[in-house]
Write a protein that binds this ligand. Structure first.
Ligand SMILES: Nc1nc2c(ncn2[C@@H]2O[C@H](COP(=O)(O)OP(=O)(O)OP(=O)(O)O)[C@@H](O)[C@H]2O)c(=O)[nH]1
Ligand SMILES: [Mg+2]
Length: 460
């Protein structure tokens, strides 16, 4: 599929969710936006050259010329406001018109249809933001932040996305790029006049800047897990032997009677997941099949799934019954494991080992304390730092930044050991800078944009 018809097309889409609502916004963008508006919107003094950024009240109607069916031509659709923007001073950087009409299943769709009859094409997912990026209105990080903001499910992820939209990630990248660019421009300035063995910037200075670049990239890369947690939620897996009370605790943590609880060992056969919004974050809790050595066939399949969940967890709750000897969970997934002793009401004298949490799902004792321990584990994920800097990294960022970090480190090594001339340092530096440019969007391919903008909804 062609992503969009080309920069010369004028596109239209409903910018607000379809369905009933007080208001709906329809956006038209492209060289013919004002001409389209003039055909579907009637108000005193409103014409083909509207005053930018001034809202006008009038009547939306089916266009009189064009493809409009004769019996509809000129018929009113709604009373509405129109707000024109003259490019480049608009979201997309193009001439843009926004209509604010009544919300509802028919009206907003009719406005879109009328605009299409007047010459606009339907916009595809993310097309307005993609145009904004191509017209230099947004960096790639900002465009990605728009999608994150729209999809944000928690207060934390929305806060981080809006900071990224305001330039958080771009600022971090600029701080890394700026000193490298300074060196490169010195070198390139000198390359025109001297031979390639020349060394323009002292090696000590180059080493210092490269070392600083590596350290800054390290700090950025360390924030990648926070990006995933902000976007996907914090995955907490409850695991342990059969009957230790996993499903009971799962229900208590969710404050919902989701999973079946029973005295028979092996009740839970499959992974059951539930989302809980808490303390500004989304926690995705997973109840699992009890782990034991001699399971039946179905139970064994469940146990395989348990291990898979444990391997992908952000936090593992390893459950044991207070006062009973049961095997503990050991795994190499790297996620912090919180040891939880259950059914405290049955063993009043039991004292949990240091660092473990003693709970009773029956009485609710210890559940708040368990959340506090979970929160302390979450504090280790640098969410606050990612939020305050406005850096929500995704797989693509992480991959590119790690490659750049590796290249920078290798260049530093090379300069340190072999003291190469300007030409070599310059060419390696410029390839590292173009790698960084792929994160910021200075350097991009059609394929990359397609991947990024397919996450968007139509109308954004
Ligand atoms: N007294 C008491 N009983 C509990 C508590 N938590 C769970 N139980 C009981 O322990 C039994 C097993 O609880 P579940 O929550 O189903 O245990 P599970 O770990 O999910 O078990 P499987 O799904 O079979 O692996 C049930 O009879 C529960 O009522 C508790 O805090 N106190
Ligand atoms: Mg269970």
């Amino acid at each position: 599929m062609e992503y969009f018809g080309g920069e010369n097309t004028t596109v239209v889409a409903l910018a607000t969710p379809a369905g009933e609502g007080g208001l709906a916004a329809v956006r038209v963008s492209g060289p013919e936006a004002f001409a389209v508006a003039a055909k579907v919107f009637v108000a005193d003094g409103f014409g083909i050259n509207p005053e930018p950024r001034r809202a006008v009240y009038g009547i939306l109607q089916w266009p009189i010329d064009g493809l409009s069916a004769a019996n509809k031509a000129g018929c009113p659709i709604d009373q509405a406001l129109v707000l024109p923007f003259k490019g480049p001073h608009s979201y997309t950087g193009e001439d843009t018109v926004e209509f604010f009409c009544h919300g509802g299943r028919v009206v907003a769709q009719s406005v879109v249809s009328a605009c299409r009859m007047a010459g606009a094409e339907p916009a595809v997912a993310g097309e307005f933001t993609r145009r904004a990026f191509l017209n230099g209105k947004l960096s790639l990080g900002q465009a990605e932040a728009v999608a994150d903001l729209i999809h944000a499910e928690s207060e934390h992820s929305a806060r981080a996305a809006v900071r990224q939209l305001l330039g958080g990630l771009d600022d971090q990248l600029r701080e890394i790029e700026k000193p490298l660019l300074d060196i490169l421009s010195h070198i390139e300035g000198s390359l025109e006049f001297v031979d390639e063995e020349e060394i323009t910037v002292p090696h000590d200075e180059v080493l210092r800047v490269l070392g600083e670049g590596v350290a800054r990239l390290d700090r950025l890369v360390e924030m990648a897990p926070a990006g995933r947690l902000l976007r996907d939620g914090i995955h907490v897996v409850l695991a342990g032997s059969p009957n230790v009370g996993k499903s009971s605790l799962f229900n208590a943590l969710l404050e919902d009677d989701r999973a079946i609880v029973d005295g028979e060992a092996g009740t839970t056969r499959d992974v059951i997941s539930g989302r809980r919004h808490r303390a500004g974050s989304v926690f995705v809790l997973h109840d699992t099949a009890g782990l034991r050595d001699d399971p039946g066939r179905v139970e064994e399949m469940g146990i395989k799934r348990t291990w898979r969940q444990v391997a992908e967890a952000d936090i593992v709750l390893s459950l044991n019954v207070a006062g009973e000897e049961t095997p503990t969970i050991s795994h190499d997934g790297g996620a912090p494991v919180i040891s939880v002793y259950t059914k405290s009401d049955l063993s009043p004298g039991f004292v949990a080992p240091a660092g473990a949490v003693l709970i009773s799902s029956t009485t609710g004792d210890g559940v708040d304390e368990l959340w506090r321990v979970v929160d302390a584990a979450v504090a280790g994920f640098q969410l606050e730092e990612a939020i305050s800097l406005g850096v929500v990294l995704n797989e693509r960022h992480l991959h590119k930044l790690s490659l750049c970090r590796g290249d920078l480190e290798r260049l530093r090594h090379e300069v340190d050991l072999n003291a190469p001339g300007d030409e070599i340092v310059g060419s390696l530096l410029s390839s590292i800078l173009s790698g960084l440019g792929e994160v910021s969007g200075r350097v991009f391919t059609e394929h990359l944009l397609e991947n990024i903008f397919q996450r968007f909804c139509v109308g954004k």
